[in-house]
Design a protein around this ligand. Structure first.
Ligand code: FAD
Length: 472
């Protein structure tokens, strides 16, 4: 059966994966991107920005046959390395073994790989095309070329994968209100960098780091971890790059707090704060002053919409539909999961009402990951060092060992399975309540009778559902 061609706006991470999946199913797909082709122009700014890729994202890539190529470029992260103020470190593993680990991938390299895959699958790529407006009655899109010339383009069905500031969303909203609500977090972020060992001056290195460098090691700190410096109301994190460098991200309130981006407006003042709060990484950032002064403060917000679609004409996916704060490392993963769910629906035989069906299925999950991402900020910057959190974490891990059919920590459900996000929220809440009850009256986790706790767990909660992977 002849399928309607699909027009996708935005050749970022999500738009290119969706385009590839649809073209691989024999559909005619055209992809419009406002930037020039990064394979020819190089990424603007040229900085290494990385992302945590986990099971949902991998499942989408697996569906396109791209998972192994992406994994070959990634650095495995087996847990959170917590850096205390006194510079001691402690690894909190994500899962039971290295099979449950996150992958640190370069945003730029992943985008290049996806663009190549889209082109190979037969997607028509159009770069330097900025969407300005859409006329849904006449089925026409208005673009500006790189030189500003406007032109119209006919579409049958259009999908907006054009990110948090989506122009397609704005056009849809002008046509019929989508119920848009944007909730700023009040905290922003700034990207800094720890270069590879070979690039660091001798004076910045300990004897052990120099020894490792001389033996050929590239990484100044542990490569196979997501590093966190939790500092109450703020934090730093660092993710490894395959080159040996780390992308460091500082998260701070914008203002009305100490420290905040308002109270640390320049490198001189920020350096003073780092000397006390992040003393172990400051020597490893020789370009700290330049990076701090040159790199912008990014803003963070959650986007909520009542609807992601306009009839069978237009749909939003990825950040354009549900931008979230980055603290669960799930924005791209959720967008890839969107693509993996949507592609078979669009390529199926009955596509009437497909955009409404997709929205209905997916929106509760998007709302759920938005809420969990917000909660995870508090967990990462604060709770990871609190007694109550640690006691629940230890007991949860023991119960997961003892009764794996009935207990899986929520982080593992979100990160290493494709159980719907909304289920993870609900199950996580029930498990957390039970952990609280089991720990009541016990100062130490070792005081809890584990066999009795597992029996209570089995009697209280139904078994976990069988695990489903959308790409399998
Ligand atoms: P984008 O990546 O924003 O792509 C949109 C594309 O559309 C771009 O190429 C843009 O140029 C193009 N475009 C925009 N407007 C137009 C227009 N008018 N016309 C044509 N083209 C247009 N997610 C994770 O899963 N793991 C992480 O560890 C993680 N870390 C993050 C850290 C930070 C600091 C931030 C801010 C986000 C993080 N995310 C993470 C989230 C992730 O970056 C996003 O969810 C993901 O990039 C969304 O992909 P997208 O394709 O929907 O949108």
């Amino acid at each position: 059966m002849h399928k309607q061609p699909i027009t996708i706006i935005g050749a970022g991470l999500v738009g290119t994966l969706l385009a590839t999946l649809l073209a691989q199913r024999g559909m005619a797909v055209e992809l419009f991107e406002k930037r020039p082709d990064p394979r020819r122009q190089g990424f603007i700014g040229g900085r290494s920005i990385n992302l945590a890729l986990s099971e949902r994202g991998l499942a989408g890539l697996r569906m396109a046959g791209l998972d192994q190529a992406v994994l070959a470029q990634a650095v495995m992260m087996r847990g959170r390395m917590i850096h205390a103020r006194d510079c001691t470190t402690n690894l909190q593993r994500y899962g039971i073994n290295d099979g449950e680990s996150n992958q640190s991938v370069s945003r730029g390299d992943l985008n290049l790989l996806l663009l190549d895959a889209a082109e190979k699958a037969g997607v028509a790529l159009h770069f330097g095309q900025t969407l300005l407006d859409a006329d849904f009655a006449r089925h026409r899109l208005t673009f500006a070329d790189h030189d500003g010339t406007r032109h119209d383009h006919a579409f049958a069905r259009v999908i907006g994968a054009d990110g948090a500031g989506s122009a397609l969303r704005a056009a849809m909203n002008r046509h019929a209100a989508l119920g848009e609500r944007i909730e700023p977090l009040g905290h922003g972020y700034k990207e800094l960098e720890i270069p590879s060992l070979a690039e660091l001056p001798d004076t910045a290195l300990t004897a052990q780091q120099r020894q490792r460098r001389d033996a050929g090691d590239k990484f100044a700190i542990e490569p196979n971890a997501l590093h966190i410096w939790p500092r109450g109301n703020c934090m730093c994190i660092a993710l490894p790059n395959a080159s040996g460098s780390f992308t460091v991200t500082l998260f701070l309130p914008h203002r009305d707090a100490e420290p905040s981006f308002a109270s640390l407006p320049d490198a001189a003042r920020a350096r003073h704060c780092f000397e006390t709060d992040y003393a172990d990484i400051l020597p490893l950032m020789p370009r700290f002053d330049r990076d701090y002064d040159d790199h912008p403060v990014g803003t963070l917000a959650t986007l909520y919409l009542d609807r992601w679609h306009l009839d069978d004409d237009a749909l939003l996916i990825g950040d354009a539909a549900h931008a979230i704060v980055p603290f669960h490392g799930q924005g791209m993963n959720a967008g890839f999961e969107d693509a993996a769910i949507l592609a078979p629906l669009l390529a199926g035989n009955d596509t009437a009402g497909v955009f409404a069906r997709f929205t209905q299925q997916r929106k509760p999950d998007a709302d759920a990951i938005a809420a969990m991402a917000l909660e995870n900020y508090v967990e990462m910057r604060d709770s990871v060092v609190e007694d109550d959190y640690l006691r629940k974490r230890i007991l949860g891990n023991r119960l997961a060992d003892l009764a794996p059919t009935h207990f899986m920590p929520r982080y593992r459900m979100v990160t290493f399975t494709s159980l719907p996000y909304a289920y993870c929220v609900q199950r996580g809440l029930a498990q957390d309540t039970l952990l609280g009850q089991l720990l009541q009256g016990h100062a130490e986790v070792d005081d809890v009778d584990l066999d009795a706790a597992a029996a209570t767990l089995r009697a209280t909660l139904p078994p976990l559902p069988p695990l489903t992977l959308p790409g399998a």
